[in-house]
Design a protein around this ligand. Structure first.
Ligand code: SF4
Length: 390
């Protein structure tokens, strides 16, 4: 998703949706609900002259409240929810023998979805049907959360702050639920647009304090936070799959082999024993690397059960919506920041997120339930990404 910002002649202008957000904030009928993606916390401070340790997610929460949002949440919550759904789906497909020939691919990166749909359409059925954390959160905000605050979903405006330009196209995905038909997410802003809003609201970064997210969907595990770095989705999924199969938690760092230290190396592959099964996992970032891996899979040179693909080198921390520093590649450094946050998190397993468990208990039933399918899964052939990031 980086082509617009890196256009050498500046012929493509960056899309700016901040005006739409200001209008929603000014509309008294609208309840504005915003989510902050994991990778944003690793980069937003760079553009505001803040040190990495100063630029916490709590300060983004404070800034968004000062800007005027009614409710502020952390996408780490719905990353945990994604793991519950995608982890259960993976184990089901593995046990049903559906992954004998080809692996299940992750589905949370719209740059990757656009690539596979256009380049390898026959592999689309191998994608997980789980929506991305952004879309899942939007769906939950317009149903479970809307109900809890007694507001009609039509009057809720869902906004997300993402490291990504392709996420603006992913919001085309639609939500049909009981009497509501519309979008999970109404407006997507990049990290750069967030910084622009903070500046135009005249908020001095030095005045920001660590503020907690709103309740009901407040918990987010370290596993949810590492979604922003390459290998993070795989590692989070393996932690929970291990628990689902064996009934006990692994050491939270047991699967750190799937992390990448060098973005030019191509795929990181590992055989992970889970109970009596060995899961063959591969992680790749950058679409050139992804293409090489797919060609190897298609030739039958290699076989995997589960493959994570992120379009941007290094994962979302290196996304096209992040602050730009010419000639500098900060993805690995930002990724380390997310792994540090995970290491120090109170909860490190998605299946221990109490607010996610409460969501299942009070509303969704269990992973892969009928309601979960309606709200949290999608048919990838039923929605179209724009041809280019807009
Ligand atoms: Fe967006 Fe890049 Fe992350 Fe994919 S890897 S979701 S294109 S930021």
């Amino acid at each position: 998703g980086q082509c617009i910002t890196h256009c050498p002649v500046g012929a493509l202008r960056e899309r700016d949706d901040t005006e739409k957000v200001w209008s929603a904030l000014a509309d008294k009928k609208k309840v504005t609900v915003v989510q902050i993606a994991p990778a944003v916390r690793a980069a937003w401070g760079e553009a505001l002259g803040m040190k990495r340790e100063e630029a916490t997610v709590g300060k983004i929460v404070d800034a968004l409240r000062k800007i005027g949002f009614d409710y502020v949440f952390d996408t780490a919550f719905s990353a945990d929810l994604t793991i519950m759904e995608e982890g259960a789906e993976f184990l089901e497909r593995l046990q049903n023998g559906e992954l004998k020939d080809r692996p299940m691919f992750t589905s949370c990166c719209p740059g990757w979805i656009r690539f596979i749909k256009s380049q390898y359409p026959h592999l689309v059925p191998q994608l997980s049907s789980a929506k991305s954390p952004q879309q899942m959160f939007g769906a939950v905000m317009k149903t479970y959360f809307a109900k809890s605050i007694g507001v009609d979903p039509e009057n809720i405006c869902t906004v997300s702050i993402m490291p990504c330009l392709a996420k603006k196209g992913e919001r085309n995905m639609e939500l049909f639920y009981e009497e509501y038909a519309g979008h999970d997410v109404d407006i997507v802003l990049t990290t750069r647009e967030l910084v622009r809003m903070i500046r135009s609201a005249h908020i001095a970064p030095s005045t920001l304090v660590d503020a907690p997210c709103d309740t009901l969907m407040q918990d987010g595990s370290g596993a949810g936070v590492i979604f922003g770095a390459t290998g993070g989705v795989m590692e989070a999924a393996l932690r929970s799959a291990y628990f689902l199969v064996t009934g006990k938690n692994p050491d939270a760092d047991a699967f750190s082999v799937v992390r990448s230290n060098n973005l030019n190396h191509g795929a990181v592959c590992a055989e992970i024993p889970i109970g009596d099964t060995v899961v063959r996992a591969a992680v790749v970032s950058g679409l050139g690397n992804a293409r090489q891996l797919i060609e190897m899979i298609e030739r039958g040179d290699v076989h995997y059960d589960f493959v994570e693909v992120m379009a941007c080198p290094g994962g979302c921390v290196g996304g096209g919506g992040q602050p730009i520093h010419d000639g500098q590649e900060l993805a690995l450094e930002r990724g380390k920041n997310l792994y540090f946050l995970d290491k120090n998190a109170n909860i490190r397993f998605s299946h221990e997120n109490k607010d996610v468990l409460k969501l299942y208990e009070d509303f969704m039933g269990k992973p892969l339930s009928h309601k979960a399918h309606l709200l949290l899964h999608t048919d990838h052939n039923a929605w179209e990404m724009p041809k280019r990031p807009r």
